[in-house]
Design a protein around this ligand. Structure first.
Ligand code: AMP
Length: 583
């Protein structure tokens, strides 16, 4: 029997999930009770007058809904002074997570503790059990493009790093994950390498060394998978040379990575020739992943929400291999697992695990939002419980976790698509704060994605594609207008780019936008084409701020908090076009 089957009982995990989701209402009550009991002594809860009560009614009556901004003074105290007085949790916090911060422009600090580690293991096990039922894997290896950023010590003596870094660096990570994720083809030195490009190169090299054993290829977010194979297109000959000669290229300078790779790399001219032949034989890299990794069963990573624009390219590399979206969560805590892995990412839903957090849902319709902050805040939000949500409705998600966040507005909008037993199956809709608006118009991240896809089709005729995109609302001149930035994969004619610009403008269907454009309350949409590599510079900028590639999401709308990113974009504009669609 295989080692993995001895260590991990798929049926048992599924049975447990079924039992918990059949009793979601009680499980939620119990989860809240446990969180409040464990943290009854926290200063935050004491000051709100909860006095050790653990029932839902008292909790909702005493504890207000909060955003990260409300909690910043608490986070700052923990970071600066340490957490000896147990501010948010019963046990003092010793580690902080840094969220990717690509929405707000800067990373946010969020407490991390052992309980969050446990919930991570639970969700990984659950989705793995369902995945393995549909796509069983052998006891081989996986090519997982994961990267740990550095941890650092805060003024108050706490360890801080991205949530994925805290996870990868947890001493229990290796053993907990071994049973469910197979062995990563890359040694730990590659994951923990000091330089992202060097780690990426070596992930690919290790994948090639073990290519016949690879069972799946993935990353935390789809973006990193696409990025890796775009990089492969540039580096494949160098990789072949390394395999042929058994010597690692001099571009890798990190001594720990060099030492680790030296143990794996042996001269293998035959294999190098074979890989070379495979690459040359592909048409425009279609089906690259299964060609290189013949035993891979699927491609795995978060593929919904802001990752959807990468699906086309990912499918191209994946050929006939299924794309399986990973789970739904955040630095603030996990939420839901993909328990229907056969469903393509475009229609994927996530089933909430009722035992890993306490969840509330603010009903959201665009009509209810206020003028000041149109995306985010209903005037008087009245959240409903996990089992009270209605199919077809959209909600903003509120999370209470075991690491000191109580009734915390995560800022994500989800739609309830159905129920798995009595727990909802959610479709991720969008980040609620990302919005293009000049006056009466409201366009979300999703709306932007749709228009970019539509206009991108015109480029297809010239065999060029949109590599990355983002947007900005230009209000410095009256009337304000939308600016869309594109990085494209090659040269496109002026004529086609002008058509693309008009198409972007025409494809927004929001009635506010269309009517305001007709009367010129909103100015001509502007398409700014940026130099190749501009979005890589933006990624590097976030890495400098302490972000990790594993959690990176391209910001789709650049607001005032992200002026540095806007500057990078503007510095790299090669051409701009104004729409004449409404002239
Ligand atoms: P971070 O805290 O940096 O890891 O970012 C968390 C955010 O990533 C969430 O709040 C979501 O907006 C997004 N996210 C995480 N998982 C998914 C998913 N499965 N589908 C879509 N978006 C996701």
């Amino acid at each position: 029997m295989l080692e993995k089957e001895q260590e991990f009982d798929v049926e048992k995990v599924i049975e447990k999930f079924e039992a918990l989701t059949k009793d979601a209402e009680n499980v939620q009550k119990e989860t809240l009770r446990k969180i409040l009991e464990d943290n009854a002594s926290a200063e935050y809860l004491q000051n709100l007058g909860l006095h050790g009560r653990t029932d839902q009614e008292s909790f909702k009556a005493c504890v207000p809904l909060v955003t990260h901004k409300d909690l910043e003074p608490f986070m700052q105290r923990i970071i600066d002074d340490g957490d000896a007085s147990s501010l948010l949790t019963g046990k003092p916090i010793t580690t902080m997570s840094l969220s990717s911060g690509t929405t707000q422009g800067k990373p946010k600090f969020i407490p991390w503790n052992d309980e969050l580690f446990d919930t991570t293991v639970q969700i990984y096990q659950t989705s793995f059990a369902f995945r393995n039922k549909d796509f069983p894997i052998k006891d081989g290896k996986v090519l997982n493009f994961i990267y740990s950023s550095k941890q650092f010590i805060t003024k108050g003596g706490l360890i801080a790093g991205t949530a994925t870094t805290n996870l990868f660096r947890d001493p229990r990570y290796k053993s907990s994950m071994k049973a469910i994720q197979s062995h990563c083809s890359s040694p730990y030195e590659v994951i923990f390498g000091s330089d992202f490009d060097q780690s990426l190169y070596c992930h690919l090299l290790c994948g090639l060394i073990f290519r016949e054993e690879i069972q799946w290829v993935g990353s935390t977010f789809a973006h990193s998978i696409v990025h890796a194979f775009r990089f492969f297109e540039q580096a494949w000959e160098e990789l072949c040379t390394d395999i042929r000669e058994g010597v690692l290229t001099s571009r890798i300078t990190d001594p720990s990575i060099r030492a680790a790779i030296a143990k794996l790399l042996k001269p293998d001219p035959e294999e190098a020739d074979l890989i070379h032949k495979k690459c040359v034989g592909l048409s425009n890299w279609y089906g690259l992943i299964p060609e290189l990794f013949p035993d891979a069963k699927y491609v795995y990573g978060i593929m919904t929400g802001s990752m959807e624009p990468y699906l086309k390219k990912l499918r191209h590399y994946a050929g006939k291999l299924p794309l399986v979206t990973a789970d739904y969560g955040s630095s603030e805590g996990w939420i839901a697992a993909n328990v229907n892995p056969k469903i393509p990412p475009e229609s994927a839903t996530y089933a909430v695990l009722p035992q890993i957090g306490y969840y509330e849902f603010i009903p959201l319709t665009r009509m209810e939002t206020t003028e000041e902050d149109p995306a985010m805040f209903c005037k008087d939000p009245q959240p409903v419980g996990l089992t009270e949500v209605k199919v077809g409705e959209e909600y903003e998600i509120v999370i209470t976790n075991p690491a000191g966040l109580y009734r915390y507005r995560l800022g994500d909008v989800v739609k309830v698509m159905g129920f798995h037993n009595s727990t909802p199956e959610l479709k991720f809709v969008r980040r609620s704060s990302l919005l293009l608006t000049v006056n009466i118009d409201k366009n979300t991240e999703k709306d932007l994605q749709i228009v970019v896809e539509e206009a991108g089709k015109l480029l297809g005729e010239e065999k060029v594609e949109v590599v990355e995109f983002t947007s900005h609302v230009e209000l410095s001149k009256e009337p304000g207008h939308y600016v869309i930035f594109w990085e494209i994969s090659g040269e496109a004619s002026e004529q086609v780019l002008t058509q693309c610009c008009n198409c972007l403008d025409k494809s927004f269907v929001d009635a506010g936008y269309v009517s305001a454009r007709k009367v010129q309350w909103i100015g001509q949409l502007e398409l700014r084409v940026v130099r190749r590599g501009t979005f890589q510079k933006i990624l590097n900028h976030f890495l400098e701020l302490g972000g990790a590639v594993s959690q990176y999401k391209t910001p789709r709308c650049i607001g005032p908090a992200n002026m540095r990113v806007l500057q990078i974009l503007n510095d790299n504009v090669v051409n701009n076009y104004f729409s004449t669609a409404f002239n």
